[in-house]
Ligand binder design. Sequence first.
Ligand SMILES: [Fe+2]
Ligand SMILES: [Fe+2]
Length: 186
Amino acid sequence: MQGIVQQVRLFIFSLCEGKDWDWKGHIESVVKYSKILAKKLHADEEVCEISAWLHDTVKVRDPEEAWPTHHIIGAREAEMMLRKLGYPEEKIKMVHHCILTHSSDKTYMPETLEARITASADAMAHFDNFLALAHAMFGLENKNVPDARDWLVKKIEKCWNKTMPEGKEMVKDKYEAIKVVLGVDS
Ligand SMILES: [Fe+2]
Ligand SMILES: [Fe+2]
């Protein structure tokens, strides 16, 4: 039988297929930073990795109207999926909290190290995939240049502020480079 991490990975990859935005690239970057931060900070690496693979399942699968509650629904669905796969209950609880608190919904704030890592890695991923953000604005949303630029500036600042200090060290160069491209004064 395949390991649980491999099963959730294949599950999310199948959901990403054929989507018009680069969800696979986003999620792979979230996983990458989650694993690095978990190792560095001695968090539960498996919980961080599984949370990263599953954090945006609802966004990948459902139309945009469902996105405002994707963290709540996604946390519940991950819980059910992991229970079916026989994952230990105490770890399911940890993954649930990571997914529930990864978005910017202030009602649900990260209270564990693993959850802070998930939220941070989610923000950091956007520095890896800046072109995908630009594609969302210029391509999918068809915005004009000034509006797209303003949105990107706000998004990048929000991601930077959401990144934990240990993560900031890792993405600082990319953050600075993106600001240069967007014409933001340092
Ligand atoms: Fe999300
Ligand atoms: Fe995400």
